[in-house]
Design a protein. Sequence first.
Lengths: 308, 223, 224
Amino acid sequence: MNRRTVLTALLAGASAPLLASCSSGITSLKGDGAGGDSGNSSGGLTIGTANFTENQILGYLYAGVLNAAGVKTTVKPNLGSREIVVPALRSGDIDLLPEYQGSLLLYLDKKATETEAGAMQNALATVVPDGLEVLPYAAAEDRDSFAVTQETADRYGLKTLADLRKVNGKLVFGAAAEMKKRVVGVVGLKDQYGVEFKEFKALDSSGPLVKGALKKGDIDVANVFTTDVDIVENGWVLLADPKNLIPAQHIVPLIASRKADSKVRKALARLGNTLTTPQLTELNRLVDKEKRDPDRVADAWLKKHKLG
Amino acid sequence: MLELLKNLASWLTSPAQWSGPEGIATRVLEHLEYSVLATLAAAVIALPIGLLIGHTGRGAFLAVNLSSFGRALPTVGLVTLVFLAGGLSVWPVYVSLVALAVPVIITNTYAGMAAVDPEVKDAAKGVGLRGRQILWQVELPLALPLIMTGVRLATVQVVATATIAAYVSFGGLGRYVFDGLAQRDLVQVLGGAALVAVLAVAADLALGGLTRLLFRGRPAAAR
Amino acid sequence: MTIEWGWFPDHADEMTRLTADHLATAVPAVLLGLLIALPLAVLAHRVRPLRGFVLGASNILYTIPSLAFFVLLLPITGLTRTTAIVGLTAYTLVVLVRNTVEGLDAVPVKAREASKAMGTKPLRTLLTVELPLALPVIMAGVRVATVMSISLVSVASYIGYGGLGQLFTDGFQRNYPTPVIAGVILTLLLALVADALLVTVQWLCTPWRRGTSRQRTSKLWKRA
């Protein structure tokens, strides 16, 4: 572990108790952007995004706020799942990724048990591969969730993930293919809740396949993102998670250390402090429902909040 | 690389991998289902059109250039479009596979018909055969080798492309390729790809064998 | 399914960028394919025992799903445009190799013998006599390979390098047909224009065949 990582860990560690005690404006307490400054962004940054629309919006938000800070950026949208984009970041094909705390942590360390935001930030700092860094997390959060239709919930009396055990072997679970092997997915549901499905159907990340299949009844349980406006529109029931299988999922920038200079850190921290979960949900709505372009939606939001 | 091949060998030979609803056996059958149905549907659509154009000589320009158009049509786009139009169903898979196969079969059928020596047709007319009789008894048999080539080409393309079914949530060997991509499981991807290639080559050989069987006893030049 | 025509003028920039992006993948793939196919084909043409192997190998490459190619290249060439280019190159080989071999096969023995009789070295004969005479068939292959590559670039959208294919993913994720239709139309147009361009190039390169060339090329084109 190099010095910078230690420093980040310490910073994050020091702020964790504070974070835990506040419920609003938490991110302004940390992430002053004063982290290490050995990186250099003068050559510009390539921002990659995973294959779902929210991640693209975030990619363009990163790009916009960095451009305003005088850093040149290129956005590569829709590169694939985390399993594809994180290795691309390690090998230098891209420099910056909008990530989600919990999923990223479990990807880097399958045995991680932290579920609270501050603790996870500490854990991330220790497991992040050499050459990469996790910057302070944003106020906005987008959790994984497991949704059923109201009808299914009523029929089987489903309120929490634990209730799924009562109908073991009866329900079909639909999610992106990678969820079959992820802890926040088939693996964790079995280990922590003893849930077993009749079938796992590989679909997409809270996209048209998973939502279409849930609507149509092809699947009974769907993995959707909490910032997805379709949940409310369709009256889907999100199953509660009493055992905290699903970790906090604040948005965090995962960045190549060699590019992370103070300009970049400050700009991303400003964005993180401003963007809230309801705002992110609204941005998703504009893109998914109103069919506005992710880059334009991002730019308009940045202008409105004097960040772009 | 060696490691990958070793893992591939154990992936392909593990009995657990072959059984069950997600096993190789099921996936191969699903893949065959999509491919065979799509190719048959394409043949039913394309053969009459190709024969008609070849027999009448009308629309030759279309027949010649259709395969080029078919090649240019992006399958991913077509699948997406049909999916958006009709929702989650197996239709996008069949529409795009049929769209892939039809032009190839039409173009080759036409080419086979066009290659029939005009003198042979004249001779047939001379002995009193009518238009339809000439088509069935003279032109079609002579054109059949090229027609079969078209069907073979189409089949290979359809088998290789039927992986797309997995993109819109269905099965087949594409499942291994798409899931392997999402999980960055190269062994799974390689296994899926190898199975598709084997299936495509096997289908090609089978149709080649069928063609030879059909033309047994014909002079070599006609094969 | 409704098409929002207003989307088109509103996204001219994006369409231009993606088209350029599309070509930046498809064109190098065909060029690289030619670079590999020509020597392979000459080899297959000259050394009879290798012929079956070379043609068979390029045929098998063609049966592998293109997406699998891209994925398998990831550890080697990374999440870059190179991956998309190399993957597509493999697909162009089947047509390019076969057509070049067929083109060389079709060179009249007399032409080859005459060149030899004049004391021309084999390499020179290849470059100045055989390849030019084989050019129409090779070009027919290049046309097919180009159209195929342009259409297949969109498969690379699964790894983010799909050019116009990015519009397919975008439309898919948002349940939005308009960009998908735009992508399909632009891909078809691009293929059409590229093909027309190649026909022109061929016409310019083979002045000795003008006049009769149309019928003959169309026959060769069919065969490809």
